[in-house]
Design a protein around this ligand. Structure first.
Ligand code: SAH
Ligand code: SF4
Length: 353
């Protein structure tokens, strides 16, 4: 069965060609697939009924099932979404002043094993298909009855986006297609733990914002908390950033998670300022969010402000990111669907770190 929602417009046009149809039939189907509320081919009324049946027999319209919905006191909403094989992911809708930001997942779990991250505790179960990545936008719109799509998309949910490169880029192509969800690349940010070769590929293939989870200015600290640093040390990341094609007036975002007593000293703030010199950078400081079984501590507010001051004094834009949705475990690094899988009677063996 073809998973139509995993196909780009071009692929659907080619598929139509292979079926002996003109390319515009593929285009027509593509356009309908990305309208929220579509329940089946029978609704594609500008397609002759014979063709609707042919499409319906050859493939399926993948759909994420909303299994849970939690709302935080600050308005953040976390949805638990069921996949066709019974696994679950989470995505988070974050209300900003005058718009919504949607935080998307790209994998079920994550293989990167960062020691501060609750998603890592699930281990890695599988990559999401393009339909399951882009489909989160449709699922959210349908569930919340949104007339307009969320303004910003951030790939900061479960998983390492660049470890699922093919499906991520396919999903972004669908999301940015004017007949798809018509997002501008400027409204999309991909966050990575630092897969240097894929960062460069991303820069060549797509025009989206890049965020790097740096979290330390030197290899010694970084590899303590992020095993991926052994494969791609900080020098590799910085080189990749220097070759990354950045449009005028745009910047690379550096995420810096603050862990009390580990990477929150003035020495590290100064090291970070030195390290990023010459790179058009914006720094997001994220105080650690707690999760069961993680023994790190968030730094004091005073230390966070002092850290920020070193960076702003050095001329950087450094924002302290107030994590939203902590009361429903929807903040950065708190997503984990293992409890949901267990309560649903599925018990899965994982390589839990
Ligand atoms: N895998 C990607 C994107 C998802 S994580 C990445 O790591 O970049 C989104 C952000 O949340 C990353 O910067 C990550 O390091 C951060 N994060 C993970 N655990 C956290 C925690 N416990 N508290 C605060 N931020 C955390
Ligand atoms: Fe994976 Fe990102 Fe969590 Fe690291 S921080 S384990 S890369 S989701």
């Amino acid at each position: 069965m073809i998973d139509y929602r995993s196909l780009t417009r071009k692929e659907l046009e080619d598929l139509a060609g292979n079926m002996g149809l003109p390319a515009y039939r593929g285009r027509q189907v593509f356009k309908w697939l990305w309208r929220p509320g579509l329940s089946g081919f029978h609704e594609i009324t500008d397609l002759p009924s014979g063709l609707r049946n042919v499409f319906a027999q050859k493939g399926r319209i993948a759909r994420l099932k909303v299994a849970t919905e939690q709302k935080s006191v600050d308005g953040t909403i976390k949805l638990g979404l069921g996949l066709d094989d019974g696994l679950m992911i989470e995505c988070v809708v974050i209300p900003e002043k005058d718009h919504l930001t949607l935080c998307l997942s790209t994998q079920v779990g994550c293989a990167m094993g960062c020691s501060f991250c609750y998603t890592a505790r699930m281990g890695f179960l599988r990559n999401l298909e393009a339909s399951e990545i882009a489909g989160q936008v449709i699922a959210v719109m349908e569930r919340l009855g949104l007339e307009e799509r969320p303004r910003n998309l951030v790939f900061m949910g479960m998983g390492e986006p660049l470890a699922n490169y093919e499906n991520l880029t396919r999903a972004v192509q669908i999301l940015t297609d004017e007949l798809g969800l018509n997002y501008s690349g400027r409204r999309i940010t991909v966050s990575t733990s630092g897969l240097a070769p894929e960062m460069l590929r991303l820069g060549q293939d797509l025009d989206v914002g890049l965020a790097i989870s740096l979290h330390a200015p030197d290899d010694e600290i970084r590899q303590e908390i992020m095993p991926i640093n052994r494969r791609y040390p900080i020098s590799a990341l910085i080189n990749a950033c220097k070759s990354y094609p950045i449009k005028p007036r745009r910047r690379i975002t550096f995420e810096y998670l603050l862990l009390q007593g580990i990477n929150d000293r003035m020495e590290q703030a100064r090291g970070l300022a030195r390290l990023l010199r010459g790179i058009p950078a914006k720094i997001n400081l994220i105080p650690f969010n707690e999760s069961p079984g993680l023994s790190f501590k968030a730094p004091s507010e005073e230390d966070v402000l002092a850290f920020q001051k070193v960076l702003t004094d050095a001329g950087y834009t450094a924002i302290i990111r107030k994590s939203k949705g902590q009361d429903i475990a929807a903040a950065c690094g708190q997503l984990n669907t293992m409890p949901l899988l267990h309560t649903r009677g599925r018990c899965i063996n994982t390589n839990t770190a």
